[in-house]
Design a protein around this ligand. Sequence first.
Ligand code: GLA
Length: 728
Amino acid sequence: MILFNEDQRYFLLEGDGFSYLLGLSPQGDPHHLHWGAPLAADPLMNLLVDWRTRSSETSPHVTMEHQRREFPDFGHNDLRAPAYHLEQTDGSRVSEFVYAGHEIVPGKPDFTPLPSSYAEEGDEAQTLKLLLFDRLKNLELELHYSLYPRRNILVRRNVLRNRGGGPLHILKLMSAGLDFPAGDYRLVRFPGGWANERRMQQGPLLQGLTRLESRRGISSHDMNPFAMVTRGEADERRGEVYGFALAYSGNWAMEAEVHRTGWLRFHAGLNDFDFKWRLEPGETFVTPECVMAYSGCGFGPLSRSYHRFARERVARGRWRDRARPTLINNWEATYFDFNQGDILRIAEAGKEAGVETVVLDDGWFGERDGDDRSLGDWFENAKKLPKGLKGLSGDIHALGLKFGLWIEPEMISPRSRLYEAHPDWCLHVPGRERKTSRSQLVLDMSRPEIRDHLLETIGKVLEEAQVDYVKWDMNRSLFEVGNEALPPGRQMELSHRYMLGVYDLMGRFNQRFPHILFEGCAGGGGRFDLGLLSYHPQIWTSDNSDGLDRLFIQYGTSFAYPPIAQGAHIAASPNHITKRGTPLKWRALVALSGNFGLEVDISKWSAGEREEVAGYVRLYKEIRPLVQFGDFHRLESPYDSDRTAWMFVDDRKEEALLFVFQVKPWKKGVKAKPVRLQGLDPAKAYKVQGVKTGFSGKKLMKEGWLPKPFRNPKKPYLCELYRLKSKV
Ligand code: GLA
């Protein structure tokens, strides 16, 4: 757990899978000494001796830049990127925080409405609060380290208090930082774009600064706020891997700076771009949290630590541990063009196929016949729904199905009643033209009266229509970020205040409607992060539902986020965005690997296809506990070959699911390789459903298994799901 050695002034944070060591320099500056494999007594001593020698050197050439620091300041002789940058009342930006005490407390503090992971069982987490103090300016900086020793997770965040007599401006305050020792580091990131989220990219970190960030007001499709640093090359089973996942859905940044010494400085937190926060005397500022994980055995164990943590200690509420329902959503089937009859027809076809929930997507409110109007007018469109939402919901409930509804609370269309009534409610810069994106403007979520209005109007709809499920969408980036409510000197707080407002509203909806299952969405996966997952336990992964692209998108998403969080639906072929055709079985197997649903009007499909779909829904219900709550293992990467494979294993290693996807026929003359399984019990024997011979877990993992259809696949898009059971 967390120890403080008083003589030698170091803190040792010991988990089952890693040790984290930091020491206090003679001046009281926290130095980073180790994060990685658990430290035995001797290596610990060696590290400490080495550090003491370095930190006591007095040569004039030895500056703070030659120390590996834990949370580096600005303005002294360390000229690498600082972790914080504060402008004081007198205009100075130089601060000097030194150790002033610490506390080691059980559990983990909560800072609502900022998303916070939490601890449940008495001793599962411990928090070190390391207090630093700037005497000249009377400022307190508390570095929080919450260690979950059995989960391989360390959560960091910082709390800054202004105890001085004048205001302070925060120009930058990261959530986590550390200096890695010299090494050959690589960065793994997850960039993309709309309908192309979280494509994995990796490459060496060279001298200089590499910056990952979002300036879009949302965590973004373009770059996910999760990255991994590897020491040397790593793969699924090998290599040292360090994960940084921000629990924040707005503007964020990560900095990786390789110094001339070869040391790597890494920071993650709020983006300092267009950010300046005024902190009055007596006020406190809390950063978002950064969830850090370590694996000495490649990406696989790191992902599984994140999956479990996201499922069990980030997600909250009634739905956390419950099986998530299968659903049918009308968006790709109808877009805005539907009426009550169409939705009921889709619901009935869904019911026949066995799904449990119908989700009515965009277009049910105001005069919403296209995307250029009515956002903000949260009352039903009587032309489309003559019996009202209540009537439709009643009919759907009468079929024995749950009723879900799409909303986009954070938006306002210039063509809406709400805009007529409150033209000043959107983010805007007074006097300037208001530019839209998807014909919409963004509501100023920093204003409490706007949030109250949304809770009241949308809350009324949810209550009256007895809604069981909500898809909370958000379909544009933030720009022209300004308002009339904040004084000029506080305008650069607005992007962050927007996010705090969004979290506050999400929290209030969760509290008022604890039975509702919320699905997050932002033009597909534009806000797929641990911050959003703490309010919405599942997210629509991408607007791209093409079977092949989805394989890559779900593969990339799985590095940090569990399959239960990834909405994955069978859609029509050819796909509505890519126009590519893929076989139904392929689309189904990709969807069966996540949080399963249908995004198509299957009432228009042939009886044979409907039957096939019903078979997949039945199958999903059988395998759901494994997919939603089992361990996920990536076996083969779609980036490395034309074949991809992944599997799910239950806690007791008694049941497993193996998915194999062969995109193109295997190249002639090349012998297909066996698929090497993972996560099984080497001592157990397994039976594969439909295959005569049994296998030992050891053999399946060491030598692998080449299922017959994949020995010489002749057709493209060959895929299979194999169900394994241990023999008793
Ligand atoms: C976004 C979502 C889609 C759909 C549309 C509706 O693009 O990602 O799933 O809900 O909005 O306008």
